[in-house]
Design a protein around this ligand. Structure first.
Ligand code: GLA
Length: 387
């Protein structure tokens, strides 16, 4: 695969000079959804699918980008003196944003690059293809120019570029998982302090199965920002009643005792999700560590109900997938994963139920929704690295 990409690189840009390769993964979140901008905990893991980058230095200040995924767009050229976002720049706004964010921090890029990108994360699936491209770019810049940045810095720079160059107000989870992933482990991250811990995902006789609904509703970005604003509003009103910095500071009991400080019903429901989901994530990690997979699964199911009813970020197609999954014996837990309004579900499925899971959900979903779902039985991989 990498060899093929190098061949393509040489065909496009010529074969001379030192050519280097990098990879950064996509992620799936097991539990702790919409908590990362509420000072709560998340529990994502890096996947073995992700984004590859093949790179060579240039002597001038030009940057040439090419994506094997968007061959029709051909080579897209820009320069280090033109790190501004534009519609015409398309997907290259992601790497450009990261370059912009490095320069903003005083890390000047002294020469241009030729870059070839290839990603094997299904398009628009909500498995963080954009975060993986940001982390990949951060890694390329660190290695190419010798910048003294850690992988956590690269995650933060990626988030900054996404927030302030690409206009999506995401939290830190996706970039953190892509940068800091560890094979066979999920990352238990406190998004308030960025303290983290790896927890081995030992499922023994079960697998992680991702189901792609293959729908993406157009409200993703605007509704995401609405949820953020509603949580901020709820926090502000709660702070009148109780001394907290974030919603993640509250236990369920504390929330119940003070929830009437929140004026609107909608904001109360959003805050309730943020508080309860954070506690569920903490409990789920304890359960996993104690080998109580059943409890872990129940918490995943409860997470879905909360995201569906209180946070209202699910949609009909995803609810169909989750309802079907819950009915299959051997499914330990199933829920929506990621930002919502389409995308994927994540399920933990006993090995001997995986075929039935894929077959029966596949058929029923096709019948009910009118198009196919896709299934990926995934492995947990390492974070961004040189290849
Ligand atoms: C998207 C965002 C993340 C996180 C999730 C929801 O993936 O990029 O920061 O907020 O949604 O958990």
């Amino acid at each position: 695969m990498v060899q093929k990409l190098i061949e393509k690189f040489k065909e496009l840009y010529g074969g001379e000079g030192e050519i280097r390769g990098y990879f950064a993964p996509g992620r799936v979140n097991l539990i702790g959804e919409h908590t990362d901008y509420n000072g709560g905990h998340v529990f994502p893991c890096a996947l073995t699918i992700g984004t590859y980058g093949i790179v060579r230095n240039r002597e001038d200040r030009r940057i040439r980008f090419y994506s094997v995924n968007f061959e029709k767009l051909g080579v897209i050229e820009t320069s280090l003196d033109d790190l501004v976002s534009s519609k015409e720049a398309g997907w290259t706004n992601y790497p450009k944003g990261v370059m912009w964010a490095f320069e903003k921090r005083g890390m000047k890029l002294s020469h241009g690059l030729d870059v070839l990108i290839y990603g094997d994360i299904p398009n628009g699936s909500g498995l963080s293809s954009s975060a993986s491209l940001e982390v990949l770019t951060g890694l390329i810049l660190k290695e190419t120019y010798g910048f003294d940045v850690s992988m956590v810095d690269i995650a933060l720079i990626g988030q900054d570029s996404e927030n302030n160059f690409n206009g999506c107000n995401c939290g830190i989870m996706d970039q953190f998982a892509s940068a800091m992933g560890k094979k066979d482990n999920a990352i238990f991250l406190d998004t308030n302090t960025l303290k983290y811990e790896y927890a081995p995902v030992v499922l023994e006789d079960a697998k992680i199965v991702i189901t792609n609904s293959k729908v993406k509703h157009s409200l993703v970005d605007s509704a995401y920002n609405d949820r953020r604003n509603e949580c901020e509003q709820a926090l502000k009103e709660l702070q009148e009643a109780v001394d907290i910095q974030t919603l993640g500071d509250l236990t369920e009991e504390e929330f119940e005792a003070h929830k009437d400080a929140i004026d609107s019903e909608v904001c109360r429901k959003r805050a309730k999700h943020a508080v309860y989901e954070n506690q569920r994530a903490i409990r789920a990690v304890e359960a996993l560590k104690a080998g109580e997979i059943g409890t872990f699964g129940e918490l995943m199911n409860a997470s879905h109900v909360s995201l569906r009813d209180d946070y209202e970020v699910s949609c009909e197609e995803i609810d169909i997938l989750v309802d079907l999954a819950w009915k299959i014996p051997g499914v330990i837990g199933s829920r929506i994963t990621g930002g919502g309004f389409g995308g994927c579900t994540v399920s933990i499925v006993k090995n001997d139920a995986v075929d039935t899971f894929i077959d029966s959900i596949g058929k029923a979903y096709q019948e009910k929704v009118g198009h196919e779902a896709e299934f990926y039985v995934v492995e947990i991989g390492d974070g961004g690295h040189v290849i």
